[in-house]
Ligand binder design. Sequence first.
Ligand code: E4P
Length: 215
Amino acid sequence: MKIFIDTANLDMIKEINSWGILDGVTTNPSLIAKEGVDVRTRVREIAEIVDGPISAEAMSTTAEEMVKEGRELASIHPNINVKLPMCVETLKATKILSSEGIKVNVTLIFSPLQALLAAKAGAAFVSPFVGRLDDIGQYGSDLVEEIMAIFNNYGIGTEVIAASIRGPNHVLDATLCGCDIATIPYDTLKKMIGHPKTDEGIAKFVADYEKSKKN
Ligand code: E4P
């Protein structure tokens, strides 16, 4: 499974990239606002750090404007793909942008049939939001599993990005159903590394090594 980081923070991106496990980055208007930066400048900076897909969200509301904004965003760097929220205008814009070779990430996916429509319109990626479904009492990981089943049934090549990840269990659920990508917040990535038995094991090996040096 490919691992993306879900942030617009350069320090976090640089650190996770240094681990050698990072395949891409997703941003959204809230993450960009948190950093107090301009989206175009920031995605260009990210593209200089990470060699993989980077999602930049377009804020237009009509298909015509989305296409114009999408072309501008995609022209910043070859790795930049255009993130658009699921709606009719997005489907129309996705059809046009994808026919021009511009990759679209259709975001805010909350049902499997939304994902099917986005894929049929030519989306390169769809982003089901796991955590936000959990927030309203639904089991968000089920959505990812259902989308994977549909895409596998029909040999659909659109990549599924498990998004709105709130912890390691969401990542595990995504891997178990063969999800292509998880876009993971920095804190969750940190939580995925540690295990108390690993720490205990390292401490014991170090202590035994120190003891053996004295013999
Ligand atoms: C996806 O690309 C989004 O940026 C993101 O995963 C949203 O997650 P949230 O529900 O934590 O805001």
